[in-house]
Design a protein around this ligand. Sequence first.
Ligand code: SF4
Length: 458
Amino acid sequence: MLTKSDYKIYLESPIHLWALKHGKYNHIEDEYEKHLKEQGYEVEKLAQQYALKYISPKCNFQKIYQTDDLYSRADIEYKDDIYEVKSSTKIKQEDKDDISFQYYVAKNIGSIDRIFIIYLNKEYIKGENLDLKELFVVKDFTEIAKDNLEKTEINVSHALNVINKANIDELSSCYKPSTCPCKELCHPNLPEYSIYDIPRISKKNINELLRLRITDIKNIPSNFELPERQKLQVECTKKEKIIIDKERIEKDLDGIEYPIYFLDYETYSWAIPQYKGHKVYEDVVFQFSIHVKKTPNSNLVHYEFLSKKKLDPMEEVIEDLKSVIKEEGSIIVWNKSLEKGCNESMARVYPKHEQFFLNLNRRIYDIGDIFKYQMYVDPKFKGSWSIKNVLPVISPDLSYFKLDIHKGDEAMTNWYKMTHDDMDMKQREEIYKNLLKYCELDTFAMYRIWEYLNEIII
Ligand code: SF4
C-alpha cells in the first residue's frame, strides 16, 4: 500500500521509501518538528471552521480515498471538491506533488471534481480578533493536478516497484546527505570530511568525483574545476592550513565604533498570529542578550531579558532594550537578517518606537560576514560559517554542546514550554536558566571572536 506520506517520502528519495518499507528508516522527530506539526494541527482546525463558514456547513473532513494499492485522506471535501490545508504562506513543489497524488487517487475511484489548497495569507495582520476570511487564501490547483497526472502515474508505479524491491540496487542516493534517515544504505563509509561538506557543490561535480571514486575532500585533485570559494575550502583543507586575509578583515572591522553592543535575539513564530498587530509567522522576540564594551579599556558588561509571560513579550523586550542601547555605537550581530527583520517587525507593531529601531538597523554590523565571505577560513569549519562551528575552533574553551539548549529551535520550543505548559516551579526555573545561558553564549561568543580577530590583525 502506498499512502500520501509514503509518496512524499518517495519524492524525497526512492531510497527513503525503500528504507521505510524495510524497517531501515531511522528518523526520530525532534522537538522542533513536533512543534511545527502542532502548529499544522492548529491551522487545520481553523481551516475546518473556515470551510464550514465560507464553503458549506456540510463539508466532510478527513475523507478517505482508497484503491487496491493507494491510500489518501482529504483534509476537507465538499461535493467532490477537495481542499488540502497547508500551514505555509507559499505553495512549494512538494505541496503541488501532494495534491497531484491526492487528485490521482480520487480520479482513480471517479470522485473528484476540483482540488484546492487552503493556505496562510502572509499579508494578514491580526486585529482585535482573528478574521478567518482574511487569514486564509484558497487557490484552485485542478489544472496543475491534471497536468501532473501522467507524471504522477509514472512516479506511483515506480514507487510501488521500489516497495517490492529486495534491495536498493539501481536506486541512487541524493546529493545532499544531511539529516540522513538511512545513511548506512547510501554512504556506509562516508569519510568524516566528505565532498558533500562543500556548500552548494553541483550535482555535475559530485557525479564527476564519484566517477573518479573520490568522496574524501582531501583527495580532490588540485586541478579539479571548482568555483573560487569551494576551491579555497578544498585547498585549505588539503594543506591543513588556516587562510586569513588580514587586510580585508582590518578594513571590515574598521567601521566599528564604541560603545559596541553585541546583540542577539531569540524568537518564537506562530503560524496563527497570537497578538494584535502581528503577522502570520511573525518572529516574536521573547529574549535578548547584550554584551557591551563601552570603551577600549572598559570591562565587558552583560545585560539580558527573558519574558516569562504568555502575553506579547515584545513590549517588555523593547522597554529593556531601550534602557540598554543608547544613540551611539555599533551593534554587532551574527547573520543580520534575523535581528534586522525583528527590529523592522517591532517598529511596525509598535510604531512609537520606530525611530529607535530604524536607528538600530543603521548601526548593525554582521561579524559573521568575515567567515561567510572567507576572509578567515579554517579547515575545521568544514565549509560552514555558523557561529556554532566557528566558535569552538577559535575559542576551544567555549562550546554550545556543553549547554542543555544549544540551538535556536530548541530555545524556541523550550520557551514555549516554559510559558505555556503546566510544570512545577523547579522545572520552569531550570528552563529559564538554560535559556539565559544559551543566549548569553551567543553574544559572548561574538565578543570573543571580535577580540580574537582584532588581536590577529595587529
Ligand atoms: S544520502 Fe542521506 S539524505 Fe540522501 S538519499 Fe541517502 S539517506 Fe537520504
